[in-house]
Design a protein around this ligand. Sequence first.
Ligand code: SF4
Length: 253
Amino acid sequence: MHRLWKARKMRCLRWKGILAFIKSSEFKKLYLFFYGYIYFCMLVEKIDEFYREREPDKKRDYFYVSEVGDCPRKIFFKIKNAPKEPMEPRVNRIFHNGDHVHIRLMSVLYSLGLVTASEIEIPPDKLFHGRADAIVHINKENYVLEIKSMNPFIFEKRAMSKPDINHIMQLQLYMHYFNISKGIILVESKGNQELKEFIIQKDEKMIDDILSKFTELKEKIDNNELPPVPDKTGWDFDKCLYCVYRKTCRKAR
Ligand code: SF4
């Protein structure tokens, strides 16, 4: 009997302890932490889902000016809609962030009254489609403007001294299609919003090289001829490491 009474008392004390803990601030903190964590996970998943859906694959028989510096084999796979790894939502968010850099800087240039036209499509062309960020008018001269945002590390290491060759090639094509002899590459560091600008003169030789290289690539694509793995010596980094066609490319070798 005495033992039974003792066991009941122990149970009662245990419950009292549990109730006291539930009422304590430590419990509230724990509850908020777990509830907040679950909510946070749900939100991140939803945002990732949104960015996964921003990956349209359009059938086309032309190139985009923005892919002028891409690996030709990758462009072949893209146009042929070859199997690819899904793009990480984080990478899509980086691109989205870049769009906002454009909007912000363009609104300043508009306020300064320097913008003649923005987001302008190049004239219809069989080889290239593309849209330049803007044409600006400064000191009685027109310039094609390309706005780029850059990882702070690359900005410090490279953009402070010279522009990216891929950006130059894009700008050269826009200058060619708009028949404007000068362009500006405006680069912003994503880390501290520092700006750097480069004035670029039209380079007919570079434009001819790009156009003939892409005419050749178009022929290959039309004939279903996969371009070879490119010579990577001129690459700043190994683009294959981040290529969504890595597996397809390896299988096709
Ligand atoms: S894996 Fe490398 S070589 Fe192959 S398509 Fe991609 S970037 Fe080009």
